[in-house]
Write a protein that binds this ligand. Sequence first.
Ligand code: PNS
Length: 165
Amino acid sequence: MSPENVIRRAVCPGSFDPVTNGHLDIIGRAAQLYDEVTVAVFVNQAKSSLFSVDERRELLEEVTAQYGNVRIDSFEGLVVDYCKAHGIAVIVKGLRAVSDFDYELQMAQMNRGLAGVDTLFMPTNPEYSFLASSLVKEIAKWGGDVSSLVPPNVLKRLIDRTTGA
Ligand code: PNS
């Protein structure tokens, strides 16, 4: 197949518990670089989560509906096995700060060594350099305002969940 016929696929893997504006920034930029972008929710039985995998997928479906080339999926196991099974050559990761770099570099080198899958690091928008799902959950739990950090559907779900509505 000639290079112009090759579909360039990338995956944005993560927990997305829940998706934040920082994630969305990376997903939107990846969607401009690749023909198809899969946002893959990692099913981690060992980690407790606020939202179920189905809820996280649903929220992601809603906030990425504007992108014709973004699909949502979930996976259990190694991200490189997911890539191999779906013909995906690249993992896209956002880097918020130097503190992210050590671990992300280690994973990127491991993933390339394991299966030849490369990782593209994208610097996050500085507006979101401090943003993490864990912080959003913590702030929402204590009634803090996270309306500038997450999309409206996530905000509503967070308020419902943390107030028990
Ligand atoms: O949003 P997170 O929790 O920071 O995402 C981490 C994630 C899911 C991207 C990472 O833990 C991952 O890729 N897990 C899949 C299992 C895997 O492939 N582990 C080996 C990495 S070298």
